[in-house]
Write a protein that binds this ligand. Structure first.
Ligand code: GLC
Ligand code: CA
Length: 577
């Protein structure tokens, strides 16, 4: 009680001081912004909730669950693409940027969803997919129709009479070839992703203007931010020079952050981001820390934040090293300690499930490790992104045969591996662990048929463990992963140190434990996670006096003479005095 009173006084003092002079920690870096304080919940609309019985999630499903979303304590939703699309890549192939995909509903549904979110204090971040469009977009139809069509230069074309263009690697092509020959005009077009996702030509100012207009259209409707899909690949050298043999093994080095990219972003800032109260985040953060910095340095006026893959990428079928995770997160944090802002995430729609990759989905450890991972994401500096279902500890579905997959990356990746004579047993095992479809199975609302997601057979099967892992069951249990998640979002809002505080790793070499301190004005915390299945001894470093435990994923914390015995995946946030 006494502590609480002191804490309230401290808060009151801080607020009072904020209105007067800047506090010591109030560098430009910790300037308060809603998007720094945001807790973002990512919804994959196809898999969230189906209301019209076609087995596909829709906007009305999101509307029905707005109270649930609000109850999580999240403050913004990032929605994967909901625009018209032939769904070669589940909406990442847009055929009309100003329309809603038929599967998902209508513009009226969208408007209602947006105002429903705003009424609940939840902001909406839209996914802007403009490295490429669908080949069914009107621009592309025009572009391919003749060489002198006004839209020809909206895309990248190579006339076949000049021979084959220099090799470009495609992520989703079954032959890995990013040039597709089109008989109609005897030319090749470029597609870094699937054949149905032709890359837009950003060196054409008309393309840039079109995209600005699209973003303005949504900003006028009142959306609160944009996530720029695959945008680091948008700039290209349109002489298409040869790349060294084997470049595709490190294709990011050749594709990301090419000349012009930062100028394109600056153009968006001038025309769109600076004119509305919107946040901006890019997928991908360049090839090194300096490039990442340049994307988000406030002075350059480009983006608010980017998200880097280095951390999320380390968890493979073969496992991952905790030391690597610590190293990466610490490195990124220190690179942004003075300037710029980061996104924190360990899962999204392009990854398998959080708990299966970074924790353990074995029954003995699933709950503890899911709670620990959520604690980690919500206690780091940077804006946290939480993926739907991770608040329940949803797990990988683990398909065993290729027929079960729906993701183009899996299907075409399989064809390519087979043609190359790869070991297909190993390929399938690895895919079963790493495939994006793992992270796209329907939301588990209850233990009924189809997990309460749909009356019909869902587009992707529901995980059988929905009988046990579901919202309804976890609502009833005060100790559930879901309620733990709610406690975490509440803490993050009550303790500005969790958002703005400096980060410092503690006992860096510990083989099982990832511990760090956070500090902001007079708020100080110690955060300790046991990332292992075994008990871990953790000696409290000297000069640390601990106060209240703010959150713990076990009922107690064993400690003897300044040595903690942390249970498997135990995760605790404590006040430092
Ligand atoms: C991004 C998206 C991914 C999509 C790809 C092509 O990486 O997150 O889902 O397949 O871009 O648009
Ligand atoms: Ca539906």
């Amino acid at each position: 009680m006494k502590k609480l009173a002191l804490y309230l006084i401290a808060i009151a003092m801080m607020t009072a001081c904020n209105n007067a002079e800047p506090q010591p920690d109030e560098s430009a870096h910790s300037e308060k912004k809603w998007w720094k304080e945001a807790i973002i919940y990512q919804i994959y609309p196809r898999s969230f909730k189906d209301t019209n019985g076609d087995g596909i999630g829709d906007l009305r499903g999101i509307i029905e669950e707005l109270d649930y979303i609000q109850s999580l304590g999240v403050t913004a939703v990032w929605l994967n693409p909901i625009y018209s699309s032939p769904n070669d890549d589940n909406g990442y192939d847009v055929s009309d940027y100003r329309n809603i995909m038929d599967d998902f509903g209508t513009m009226e549904d969208f408007d209602q969803m947006l105002s429903g979110m705003h009424e609940r204090g939840i902001k909406l971040i839209m996914d802007i997919v403009v490295n490429h469009s669908s080949d069914e977009h009107e621009w592309f139809k025009q572009s391919r129709s003749s060489r002198d069509n006004p839209y020809r230069d909206y895309y990248h074309w190579w006339p076949a009479e000049k021979g084959k263009p220099n090799y470009r690697y495609s992520l989703f092509d079954e032959r890995g070839d990013a040039w597709k020959y089109d008989t109609l005009t005897n030319a090749y077009y470029l597609h870094y992703f699937s054949q149905k996702q032709p890359d837009l030509n950003w060196s054409n100012p008309k393309v840039r203007q079109e995209v600005n207009e699209i973003m303005k259209y949504w900003a006028e409707k009142g959306v609160d931010g944009f996530r720029l899909d695959a945008f680091q690949f948008a700039a290209k050298d349109t002489t298409y020079p040869a790349f060294p043999e084997g470049f595709e093994k490190n294709f990011i080095d050749y594709y990301a952050m090419q000349d012009g990219l930062n100028d394109y972003l600056r153009g968006m800032y001038d025309e769109v981001f600076s004119k509305y109260d919107v946040m901006s985040v890019a997928e991908g953060a360049g090839r090194n820390l300096q490039e990442a910095h340049e994307l988000v340095d406030e002075d350059r006026q480009e983006l608010n934040m980017a998200y880097a893959f280095e951390g999320v990428d380390i968890a493979k079928y073969e496992g991952y090293e905790l030391s690597k995770l610590k190293e990466i997160f610490s490195k990124w944090d220190s690179a942004f300690a003075e300037k710029g802002w980061l996104s924190i995430f360990l899962a999204n729609h392009d990854q398998a499930r959080l708990v299966s990759r970074f924790g353990s989905d074995e029954p003995a450890f699933r709950e503890a490790s899911a709670k620990m991972l959520n604690t980690f994401i919500l206690s780091m500096r940077g804006t946290p992104y939480c993926y739907y279902g991770d608040e329940l500890g949803m797990t990988n579905i683990g398909f065993t045969s290729i027929e079960q997959y729906k993701d183009i990356a899996a299907i075409n990746g399989y064809k390519k591996a087979k043609a190359e004579g790869k070991d297909m047993d190993y390929f399938l095992k690895k895919l079963s662990f790493e495939s994006r479809d793992n992270g796209r199975t329907p939301m588990q609302w209850n233990g009924d048929k189809n997990a309460g997601f749909s009356e019909a057979d869902p587009w992707l099967p529901v995980n059988n463990n929905h009988l046990e892992i579901n919202v309804e069951a976890q609502e009833r249990d005060p100790e559930s992963i879901l309620n733990h998640f709610r406690n975490l979002t509440k803490l993050r809002k009550e303790w500005p140190v969790l958002v703005y505080g400096q980060y410092e790793i503690v006992e860096k070499e510990h083989p099982q434990v990832y511990a760090y301190a956070r500090k902001y004005n007079d708020q100080q915390l110690l955060i300790v996670h046991n990332f292992s299945k075994e008990e871990a001894k953790f000696a409290l470093p000297e000069n640390i006096n601990l106060g209240e435990i703010l959150i713990n994923n076990y009922p107690d914390l064993k400690m003897e003479k300044d040595i903690f015995s942390l249970r498997p995946y135990q995760s605790v946030i404590m006040v430092k005095e």
